[in-house]
Design a protein around this ligand. Structure first.
Ligand SMILES: NC(=O)c1ccc[n+]([C@@H]2O[C@H](COP(=O)([O-])OP(=O)(O)OC[C@H]3O[C@@H](n4cnc5c(N)ncnc54)[C@H](OP(=O)(O)O)[C@@H]3O)[C@@H](O)[C@H]2O)c1
Length: 270
């Protein structure tokens, strides 16, 4: 039973949904593509290296293949996003949901915050933060024209609190978390839904290189299921796994003196 009304229109029938996932070639985006494909959604799947998607699509039934399109796209390329968005609108006639999963991780530390490392910092911001801005800028005029629509951004719990050794990634996600709230406030009256997705640790290529202890680690298909359920529920923020993410949300409320001590203690335990 619901205590409050949903913050976004719940998605009830995936068969009626036309969904564009940007960053669908690997990891959480790829798992989400499989999850939504199995529910019958029509999909456009994008990323820079499409071979894994082509291989997967080759194994699907002919009827499934008809419902899925693949496009090579770099989220740092504003013109390409606009071109794809307009082409998709023309092909489908309407776009119901765009999910931005594209993201990169860079273990930026204060020890290396020098000019030699600025390209990595710039790339992280260009992908994780400017990517969503570019998608919103390209899609919003089209969604306004059709009188409705839904943008969902995969951000991270790393944006909840300041973190060491993540001086590019965590601020990019903190800014994205904030951006989603601003977009929601402005766009909800225009019937455009905004969803912020904050996973905990998920076992993907991204986390394979991080080299830290990862509590409550999930598999990509579990993350994809949690995202689908959150969209069906009409949540503004989809975060998971709850036993981990509610703990991190609690840390946001603590005085920084206490948070820093707790975090240092947790890191010292390994
Ligand atoms: N894994 C975790 O624990 C975790 C936790 C919280 C949040 N997240 C977030 O979840 C999202 C997906 O992460 P993941 O773990 O699935 O990582 P991943 O396995 O490394 O996959 C990243 C995806 O982003 C795409 N991508 C990267 N740069 C791109 C670009 N310039 N243009 C278009 N696509 C690009 C990649 O495709 P190509 O390389 O083919 O372009 C790939 O499909 C990211 O936003 C990440 O920050 C992950």
């Amino acid at each position: 039973m619901r205590l409050f009304p949903p913050m976004n229109p719940p998605i009830n029938h995936w068969q009626d949904q036309r969904v564009w996932i940007i960053g669908a070639t690997r990891g959480i985006g790829a798992a989400l593509a499989r999850e939504l494909a199995s529910c019958g959604a029509q999909l456009q799947l994008s990323g820079r290296q499409c071979q894994p998607l082509d291989d997967w699509l080759d194994q699907q039934s002919p009827s499934q293949r008809q419902r899925i399109r693949i496009s090579r796209l770099d989220i740092r390329d504003e013109m390409a996003i606009r071109r794809d968005a307009e082409a998709l609108m023309e092909y489908w006639g309407s776009i119901d949901l765009v999910i931005v999963a594209a993201g990169i991780y860079d273990g930026q530390s204060a020890a290396h915050l020098d000019l030699d490392h600025l390209p990595l910092l710039a790339d992280t911001l260009a992908t994780n933060l400017m990517g969503p801005y570019r998608v919103a800028a390209a899609l919003l005029p089209l969604l306004r024209q059709q009188g409705r629509g839904h943008l969902a951004f995969i951000s991270s719990v790393a944006g909840y609190n300041g973190l060491p050794q993540a001086l590019a990634y965590a601020p990019s996600k903190a800014a994205l978390n904030n951006l989603c709230e601003g977009l929601y406030l402005e766009l909800r009256p225009q019937r455009i839904a905004i969803t912020r997705i904050c996973p905990g640790f998920v076992a993907t290529d991204m986390t394979a290189s991080v080299g830290i202890r990862m509590p409550a680690l999930m598999q990509p298909h579990e993350a994809a299921r949690a995202i689908r359920k959150g969209l069906e529920h009409g949540d503004f923020e989809i975060h998971f796994p709850h036993h981990f993410t509610y703990g991190l949300k609690f840390l946001q409320w603590l005085p920084r003196r206490l948070y820093f001590r707790l975090l240092n203690w947790a890191i010292s335990r390994g």
